[in-house]
Each structure stands twice: as C-alpha cells, then as structure tokens.
Design a protein around this ligand. Sequence first.
Ligand SMILES: NC(=O)c1ccc[n+]([C@@H]2O[C@H](COP(=O)([O-])OP(=O)(O)OC[C@H]3O[C@@H](n4cnc5c(N)ncnc54)[C@H](O)[C@@H]3O)[C@@H](O)[C@H]2O)c1
Length: 264
Amino acid sequence: MRVKGKRALVTGAGHGIGEAIALKLAQEGAYVFVTDIDEDRVRQVASQINSGGGEARHVKLDVTLAEDWTAVSSDCEGLDILVHNAGIEMLHPFEEIDIENWRRTQQVNVEGVLIGTKALLPALRKVGQTRASGASIVIMSSVMAMVGVPGQAAYNTSKGALRQMAKAMAIEFAANGWNIRVNSIHPGLIDTPMSDEIFDVWSKTGVMGTDDVEEIKTAMAASHPLGRMGKPEDIAYGALYLASDEASFMTGSELVIDGGWIAQ
Ligand SMILES: NC(=O)c1ccc[n+]([C@@H]2O[C@H](COP(=O)([O-])OP(=O)(O)OC[C@H]3O[C@@H](n4cnc5c(N)ncnc54)[C@H](O)[C@@H]3O)[C@@H](O)[C@H]2O)c1
C-alpha cells in the first residue's frame, strides 16, 4: 500500500507500460484514472482493477486534445500523481521523414505533456499546498533520450525533449514553492505492443539481417547485459517509486530502467 489514499491519472493506460502502471498504482492503494485514446481498452483495465478490489475509473483521453484534458480536469480535484506515459513511435530513415509524421510524434509525445500538465496544474498545486507529501509528475521518456538509433530521429528528438522538459518543470515548480516533484523514466526495450510494431517494421525492412521476428527478439534480448528485454512491470515499479512518498527528495531526476543497455 505504497500510494494508499492518493489519486492518480495515467495516460496511455490501455496497453503496455501504461496499463502496468495503472494496475500497480491501484494495487498499491491509489484511486486511478485510467486514460487512453482507446476507450475499450481502458474500460477493460479499469474494470479489472475494480473487480480485483481496487478503485479506478476509465476516461477516454487523447493527450493531444486540450478539450479532453479540460473535461478530465473537472474530476481531478485532489490529484496527487500524474503519469504522462502515452507515446507513439515513428520509424523512418532521416531522409524519408515526413513533416506530418514528425509533427505528430512531437505533438503526442511532447505537446501532450505540456497541455496536460497545464490543465491539471491547478489540482496538483492545491495538493502541493495542502499535503506535506506534495504532488508527483512522472514523465515517460526513454533511453532514446540519451543515445541515437538509426531510423528513430523523430522519436529520439521527442524523448530528448521530454528528458529536458522534466528538468525544466522540476526546477521551475520547486522555485515557485509548489511542492510538485517532476521526474523522468528512461526505459530500455520493453515487451509491449509498441516493441512488437518495431520488430514488425525491422523484419520487413531487413535492418536486423533477418525477417524472422523471433530471431530479432532473441538478438535484442541478448543485446542487454541482463540478457532479456524488460517487462512492463519493470517500469511500473519505477513509476510507483517516483509517485510515492519514498521519492520525496527526488525531483528533476532521471530513472534509467534498461537491463544495463546504456551502461555498456
Ligand atoms: N516499449 C518500449 O520499449 C519503450 C521503451 C522506452 C520508452 N517507451 C515509452 O513508454 C510509453 C508507453 O509505451 P508502450 O511500449 O507501452 O507503448 P504501447 O504502444 O504499447 O502503448 C501506448 C499507449 O498509448 C496510447 N496512445 C497513443 N496515442 C495516444 C494519444 N494521442 N492519447 C492518449 N493515448 C494514446 C495507445 O492507445 C496505447 O494504449 C511511451 O511513451 C513509449 O514511448 C516504451
């Protein structure tokens, strides 16, 4: 019960990492707004939480739409935890990057965090003023904020922006005395629908020297010092920590969870 009595909102909670974070926060005692652009999925995730004895509510929320954020903000009184997890990946060689795809990547991955945080700041600031433990914002960046990878310039750029945006927010909010902590998480390769899509593209383009998805998966697992890809739950534990009072002295920090991949 590491976040008992807290209220949390998770974006992109219909699949993969976001789903695991919503489940973990609920399991540890938080009331969770389970949000995603995919309403059917969040309905299922919220109902799984509620039927398991937790407390959750599903909300259809496209992180790029200001009106969706405004709508959800009216229910977010007392919000302690905001997890900006929604994100998309675009795989294009640099010369083939289409400006619309580039803009969409930045819009979902970066702009969504800006407009979402602005919409929920009044609620988070109130919590910061009234509860000693304050509020916590967790931003899902990536190891792709720290290293470049061929074919991922749009995504690399967006995740690098998030890494720095978290620090800028952390320092400004602290200077304002708002008692809102902001930290970023940097997952390595995690087994989710997003990584399945990446393997699918790699198998079709042959960049990994094979069209066999299982062979690609095995090679990627072996490229991690710990010899495996990550599981969504590996990241959920990191988000839980940053969201909880255990991380009350952490802000502007970056938590790498990658099986040792960028330490090599
Ligand atoms: N899987 C990885 O290897 C990996 C590694 C590093 C970082 N990440 C990051 O972790 C986050 C989650 O990734 P994942 O692997 O679980 O991805 P995923 O594709 O499995 O899930 C992403 C979720 O975001 C939702 N989503 C997409 N666009 C949205 C929008 N406009 N508004 C609201 N929701 C939207 C999708 O419906 C989906 O439920 C992303 O920010 C991703 O960039 C993933």
